[in-house]
Design a protein around this ligand. Structure first.
Ligand SMILES: Cc1ncc(C[n+]2csc(CCOP(=O)(O)OP(=O)(O)O)c2C)c(N)n1
Length: 360
């Protein structure tokens, strides 16, 4: 139903909360259990604190590089809260909050950006693939997982995240086309954060909306306010039903904004205006959800202050533990991808070993 009302050709965006966190349309408000609402909020809060701190740690030379998440928390938490432990999460590199919600630990996440391969070794039962840096290839991984679930008659879907820029890459099309032809239960969430590094959305594609791309594959699509965690939850819940009913992949465009830099190697001040950033900061997904929960009496100013204090300390303690664990050895760096190193990797390893021994 929702996907018919918000058919991409109608160019409408689905929203439940307004900018201040008030419910726009009572009939759309989902009935989410209190413990789930709290888990959503707590994860968003931890994600926000850890993200801001990660940027500081990088600036202090304590992390290699980092891809900030601020502003994109709702686009990640809504769908994950609608998913079950059976469902997969396949990600790119800016899905920290989604990972946390699905059971990746803060320590593992910091280890990854600290350059430690153990940061990609998740606990048993956590159905999350490691960070995927080559843009677009994660769509094929998800299509494969979803197709496998279908032929094995498993009651699960594969959620996969991609950025707006990623939708112009070849593998986005191949993966979606494959998934659609084989009706694979895959849900593609496009985090349209308006910029692919310094390339604005309008220069990356001529499509009027990214949700419209669903039409080309013959699959359902919807455009959602990506800073509205409730709308993202409801859209994902509907998408799961559609995907499981054999409607194949489903496309959700989450309209959002990257408040920070692309990565800590980027300076967005060169290509975007302060006014643009300020206008999006007013639509902060965390502030909106916080107001919603305060209005409902699910959190209080007091409980929230305590939560922030606890998480601040948790982030500092966790990062200290990661730092104290030291750097990986060369053997460990090379030891995690192949059972046996390829000739090129062997050559790289020997070269680096020689350099290390010579103290270079
Ligand atoms: C195949 C490939 N080509 C180029 C790059 C370099 N690259 C890294 S991030 C990025 C832009 C990604 O933009 P978008 O998909 O919108 O995601 P966002 O970073 O905004 O979340 C590019 C081109 C890459 N990682 N992989």
């Amino acid at each position: 139903m929702l996907f018919d009302v918000y058919d991409p050709l109608k160019k409408k965006m689905f929203q439940i909360l307004d900018q201040e966190g008030a419910v726009l349309n009572a009939k759309d408000e989902p009935n989410i259990p209190k413990d789930v609402l709290l888990k959503m909020y707590e994860t968003m809060t931890l994600g926000r604190i850890a993200d801001l701190k990660a940027v500081q740690f990088q600036r202090q030379g304590r992390l290699l590089t980092y891809a900030p998440n601020v502003g994109q928390e709702a686009a990640q938490i809504g769908p994950m809260a609608a998913s079950t432990d059976r469902d997969w999460l396949v990600l790119a590199f800016r899905e920290f909050n989604a990972m946390l919600y699905k059971g990746v630990t803060l320590e593992q996440y910091f280890l990854y950006w600290f350059g430690n391969e153990k940061g990609s070794h998740f606990n048993e039962g956590v159905k999350v693939l490691p960070v995927n840096i080559p843009i677009g290839s994660q769509i094929s991984h998800a299509a494969g997982l979803a197709y496998a679930a279908k032929i094995q008659k498993k009651d699960e879907v594969a959620f996969v995240y991609i950025g707006d820029g990623g939708t112009s890459h070849g593998e986005f099309h191949e993966g979606l086309n494959f998934g659609a032809v084989y009706s694979a239960p895959m849900i593609v969430v496009i985090q349209n954060n308006q910029w692919a590094i310094s390339t604005p959305r309008a220069k990356a594609t001529k499509a009027e909306t990214l949700a419209q791309k669903a039409i080309a594959y013959g699959i359902p699509g919807i455009q959602v306010d990506g800073n509205d965690v409730l709308a993202m939850y409801v859209a994902a819940q509907e998408a799961i039903k559609l995907a499981k009913s054999g409607k194949g992949p489903v496309l959700i465009e989450a309209v959002t904004y990257r408040i920070g830099a692309h990565t800590t190697s980027d300076n967005p001040k060169i290509y975007r205006s302060d006014e643009e950033v300020e206008s999006w900061a007013k639509k902060d997904p965390l502030k909106r959800f916080r107001n919603y929960l305060l209005n409902k009496g699910i959190i209080t100013e007091d409980s929230d202050a305590k939560l922030n204090e606890t998480y601040n300390q948790l982030v500092l303690d966790t990062f200290k533990k990661v730092e104290d664990s030291g750097l990986e050895t060369l053997e460990e760096v090379f030891g995690h991808t192949y059972a046996e190193l390829t000739p090129q990797l062997k050559e790289q390893y020997e070269l680096l070993k020689k350099q290390a021994e010579a103290g270079e």
